[in-house]
Design a binder for this molecule. Sequence first.
Ligand SMILES: NC(=O)c1ccc[n+]([C@@H]2O[C@H](COP(=O)([O-])OP(=O)(O)OC[C@H]3O[C@@H](n4cnc5c(N)ncnc54)[C@H](O)[C@@H]3O)[C@@H](O)[C@H]2O)c1
Ligand SMILES: O=C(O)CC[C@@H](O)C(=O)O
Length: 404
Amino acid sequence: MFNINSYNEIAAEGLELFEKEQYALDVTDDPDGILLRSADLHGTVLPLQLKGIARAGAGTNNIPLKECSERGIVVFNTPGANANAVKELVLASLLLAARPILEGAMWAKTLKGPDAVQKAEAEKKRFVGSELAGKRLGVIGLGSIGAMVANDAYRLGMEVRGYDPYLSVDTAWKISRHVIRVESIEEVLETCDYITVHVPLMPETAKMIDAESIQRIKKNAVLLNFSRGGLVDIEAVVEALEERRLAQYMTDFVDERLLGIEGAVVLPHLGAATAEAETNCSVMAAETLKYFLETGNIRHSVNFPHVEMAFRSPIRLAIANRNVTNRIGQMSAILAEQGINIVNILNRSKGDYAYTLIDIDEIDADQLGHIANKVRQLEGILSVRVIRPLNRKEGIAHGSDQSV
Ligand SMILES: NC(=O)c1ccc[n+]([C@@H]2O[C@H](COP(=O)([O-])OP(=O)(O)OC[C@H]3O[C@@H](n4cnc5c(N)ncnc54)[C@H](O)[C@@H]3O)[C@@H](O)[C@H]2O)c1
Ligand SMILES: O=C(O)CC[C@@H](O)C(=O)O
């Protein structure tokens, strides 16, 4: 039996995947897994039993990743699951930036009387906009969202320039050949009419659009930020809007300093707020967390490597450790000392951390406990789980943790 706690509104389609026979939802302060959206876990005490946290969404800046890694807690996100929703809102915002649609609609609401049509025709010159076609869009960060925005903006007739020095090969395949790759963020800032930011907020990217970047932005350009407020220096944005250097700042993140500033368009974090995206994220997060708890296999983790191995043995050890030399040798030696044959083993690393799955044949509980404890005592070991399969459906193993 696993305990799962969920924070925020998580769509029912995901929560329903946790079968009642194997999972209890929101009944304890010490869960095995947490499912959340934007709830901030920084500064909270992470439960003792916690093994995995699944973010139903892309950004994991609300989760203390370093602390989780050091405790061997695996953090997951749902890559791409809400990308289309964000892309549509960004495209809508580009259109709203180019055409004073909302202003025109608000004004039209005030029209009264039999001459409303004539007044509308006479005054419509107040709401003349411009077209996106032929304008230049700079996309900073060409991941799931940035790639979709770039491709569709090109289809709208824009010239699109993309900047992403860490682009993955998988995403690169999805980007239209018409998107022009640029080598420096400065080139995007200095040459584009519209600039949209789609990078994760991390210590390295905090305020990546700083006062100097904003100085470089072409006069009268529009900056869009549907990624995270902390990526942009808001004081510098306010100054640029007030000096009419920046035409508009369109963002999905409320910041008191922006409210009431002309040219600032602030949405209340609506990027992923569609029924489809909420369901996609909830289902992917629940599936990923279940898969990890039941088999030890890791997919879509932001702090541990991708590790998947078919679970066919009666016992599996799942070990998170620091990425230092000879850990596998020492684990194998502990098993060999006990005369245990390794049926299957897989080890992968990601940055400072590594993860190992070791499948063995049936042994008695005392010996298993002894082995698990010896592994726990090795330097750099962060967590050790002993997992046993419960039942198997269509080749997918369902397991449970055994305390030893
Ligand atoms: N407004 C919302 O509701 C909403 C919804 C989903 C995601 N987001 C935000 O959008 C971000 C991006 O989402 P995604 O799904 O596209 O993520 P993603 O991981 O698919 O893409 C991020 C891209 O940014 C690139 N990148 C990282 N550092 C960079 C840098 N310094 N300069 C340029 N590129 C850099 C990466 O290489 C990657 O290609 C998320 O991290 C999240 O903060 C917001
Ligand atoms: O849960 C949400 O509504 C927002 C999710 C979004 O910020 C993300 O990072 O995916």
